[in-house]
Design a protein around this ligand. Structure first.
Ligand code: HEM
Length: 119
């Protein structure tokens, strides 16, 4: 529908990097600003685990953070705006500001991360 088209365009062309993960933590949406911020192309990440986008020192712990939240644990990032260090594809580490939202649709729990360079 027209309404969905404009919402898609609004996310795709957003100045914020946008990453949406499905109920199995796989990347189902990854916009142009995310390609710029992380340095990964959408072909590298769509359908893959969100792990690819997590800094190497957090890769082991991060799936547990998500699981904890899915199982009803309290929010550390979700619903807040926080600065986190992002590791780009080329290894460069940059400070970014994250806004993470839990998104429920058709009974499925997804998460949308919006991020931008904080420097
Ligand atoms: C939790 C870091 C990307 C989903 C966390 C926590 C950290 C973190 C440190 C735990 C917070 C704490 O216990 O203090 C990062 C970093 C990222 C990143 C450095 C990339 C540079 C993402 C993305 C998603 C995501 C792209 C999904 C779209 C979650 C979820 C939680 C979480 C669902 C649990 C909710 C919460 O703790 O409030 N992340 N994250 N993260 N992250 Fe990430």
């Amino acid at each position: 529908s027209q309404g969905e088209d404009i919402l898609f365009a609004a996310l795709e062309q957003n100045m914020m990097a946008a990453v949406l993960i499905d109920e199995q933590d796989r990347v189902m949406f990854y916009n142009r600003a995310a390609e710029k911020l992380w340095g990964y192309r959408r072909d590298d990440v769509l359908g893959q685990s969100v792990s690819i986008l997590i800094p190497h020192d957090l890769k082991a712990a991060h799936p547990g953070f998500i699981r904890h939240h899915r199982e009803g644990g309290d929010s550390r990032v979700e619903g807040m705006s926080r600065e986190l260090q992002l590791e780009r594809k080329d290894g460069e580490r940059i400070w970014t500001r994250f806004a993470l939202s839990r998104v429920v649709n058709a009974g499925k729990v997804c998460y949308l991360a919006l991020a931008r360079d904080a420097t």
